[in-house]
Design a protein around this ligand. Sequence first.
Ligand SMILES: [Zn+2]
Length: 450
Amino acid sequence: MNNIWKKVSSQEKEQIYNFAEEYKRFLNLCKTEREVVNYITSVALENGYKDGFSNKSEKLIFSDKERIVALYKKGVRSQKGGFNIIVSHIDSPRIDLKPRPIYEDSELVLLDTQYYGGIKKYQWFSIPLAIHGVILNKYGRKQYIVIGEDNDDPVFTIADLLPHLSRKVQGNKPIDEALPGEKLDVLFGSVPMDGEKEEEIKKYALHILKEKYEIEEEDLVSADIEIVPAFKARDVGIDKSLIGGYGQDDRICVFCSLKALMDIKENIHPILLLFVDREEIGSFGNTSAKSKFLEIVVKKILEMEEDIKPYDVEISLYNSRAISADVTSAVNPNFKEVDDLKNSAKLGHGVAIVKYTGSGGKYYASEASAEYTSYIRNLFNKNGVIWQTGILGKVDEGGGGTVAMFLAEYGMDIIDVGPPILNMHSPFEISSKADLFMTYKAYKVFLESE
Ligand SMILES: [Zn+2]
């Protein structure tokens, strides 16, 4: 049995528990992509990194639209020999507002929504929710709002049907039909505005938005507003060995790779950490792994030091080695039937090396070569990183992909390496503190590797 808790010293156990404390604080601060970008930027700035679009330095931050960011650290070797790259994604499944969300029904005011990413809709009913977002008013003034995180804040919720009356409407229907996406509307208020005859409850909600937040109804048309779970990350289990919290896919990898980079003293190869958005919807859009951002960043870095020739960007990307840092599914004792227990990852058994993803006959899979997988395995073995294999369930059970395939297009070696997560894509995902620590260790030895 490859259980980390059985293999580590009591000193390392303490390290594992301590490491998790900062991670929980990070999860509480970072529930949207923009919040993650701002966190990464502030940590990098504190550690001497400078804005890469306006400076020349050995440590640079490249950030765009508050939704995609790259960190660069110079190495001993030249950039053309390739970077050690770790890519992770900063977006998580959630519920977004529609452009005209506020409406009144049955003397309540509600927010109309559209979900983002692969959620199981029923998990979002009947839980406390918070509103996070960025709103620009008609003069272009930008405002960040967070409602529902402070103890004094109100929270929001999506009301489900009581069991007494759900027999026909929900009853024996498949879950998706019983709880369709159009019913994910958020309860927003119930008090009518004095002196109004029509839509007085909506008007009162708008009045509060105006008074308290200087928000007008039309401002919401252009806003990025996300509905996320309002609860904080918590220890799970009587031994406090697990962490429950929202957005661990994939912010656990964001945190571990950022922490690893900041803790590295010397690196032989130049390092690039890339944090991308839009992975949960297939990596479409100008801040996704499919955008040209990585090429622009590499070009900027090469221009700083070298007389850049045609194809230099492509050559340095081709010569790079990468980890696609994303989570994998953990064996769930309640539903073991979907897993191949010899190959699936287990909580507390280490960071998972996932040679290939995809579904069915490896469709849409990025698969790492035998040579590269063996290189990663040996690197971990040499450096005391406890690892396991991971796959996404039994053959033909389902499946999924990561951003690995988009970076693989440059010809670089890339492999998925990340911790297993239970309750993945739910509002309360579960990770193991031991796997969290091993993931950090794995990323650090990779970034330092020759
Ligand atoms: Zn993910």
